[in-house]
Design a protein around this ligand. Structure first.
Ligand SMILES: [Zn+2]
Length: 146
């Protein structure tokens, strides 16, 4: 399929998608709350400024946009045909950085749990995924800060 957007329009669209507080992340956050998890957002004191941090659980939750983080096999991660090499290189650098951040977090004793944007479409599904990946929130720990 040809890319309907000009490189410039594509860039604009993608940077919108990349921004913080996007739909999927909001959906995940409210589902986490609903399940009883408490967390901090965008903690600059940790490698990569993770989206969601549960310090008491030593757990970091990352929300990855499928395109930017190169979700393997995902149709949303399909590269535009226009300037394909440019995008491929960009995504490669992003995934390398993701890998380094993940490693650094693990070195600090954090468990890293990734949710992909394409998994965060329906609230019910999100809650089910949270139970699978994070288990039960038996103990509330931190109050969410913004
Ligand atoms: Zn995906």
């Amino acid at each position: 399929m040809a890319d309907r957007l000009s490189p410039d329009a594509r860039s604009k669209l993608m940077s919108k998608v990349r921004g913080k507080n996007t739909g999927p992340e909001i959906r995940l956050r409210s589902a986490l709350h609903h399940c009883g998890f408490r967390f901090r957002l965008h903690d600059r004191s940790l490698p990569g400024t993770p989206d969601i941090v549960m310090r008491a659980r030593r757990t970091v939750v990352l929300v990855h946009g499928c395109f930017w983080h190169g979700h393997t096999g995902c149709r949303r991660a399909k590269l535009p045909e226009t300037r394909a090499a440019f995008w491929a290189e960009k995504i490669k650098r992003n995934t390398e950085r993701d890998h380094a951040v993940c490693k650094a977090l693990k070195m600090q004793g954090f468990r890293v749990v990734v949710f992909w944007q394409c998994e965060l479409r329906k609230d019910e599904e999100v809650q089910a995924l949270i139970r699978v990946r994070l288990g039960d929130a038996k103990h509330a720990e931190e109050v969410a800060t913004g």
